[in-house]
Design a protein around this ligand. Structure first.
Ligand code: ZN
Length: 116
């Protein structure tokens, strides 16, 4: 099994995205969310490992789609590719380590992206 640490920050295009666990997603029952303007990829701290893997790829694909595909990747395509990536990485023995990500608990900032 090859372990890959999910870094706190990745670049997609010219843009920096910070990956965090965000407690505000727990009540909403959402696995993940991307705030494009703020450059944040958020994961629900109550996700299982497999939900984290698929949700992280899902949110990364949303960022890639927004930057490289004029935001034209449909949700169903993002869902399918993320699930496929999660399955293939597991198949080839890659395990992702999310332990370096911070957990944010600030007031629900999920509405910020709607303001910008
Ligand atoms: Zn989505």
């Amino acid at each position: 099994m090859k372990e890959v640490i999910i870094p706190k920050v990745i670049k997609i295009g010219c843009h920096t995205f910070k990956s965090i666990f965000f407690k505000g997603l727990i009540d909403g029952g959402t696995f993940g969310r991307t705030l494009h303007v703020q450059g944040e990829i958020m994961l629900n701290p109550s996700n299982s490992y497999s939900q984290n893997v698929v949700s992280w790829w899902h949110e990364v694909l949303h960022a890639i789609g927004a930057i490289y595909c004029s935001d034209k990747l449909e949700e169903s395509v993002v869902d399918s590719i993320a699930e496929g990536l999660g399955q293939v990485f597991e198949e080839i023995g890659v395990k992702f380590d999310f332990s370096k990500l911070e957990t944010a608990s600030y007031a629900n900032d999920c509405s910020r992206d709607k303001e910008n």
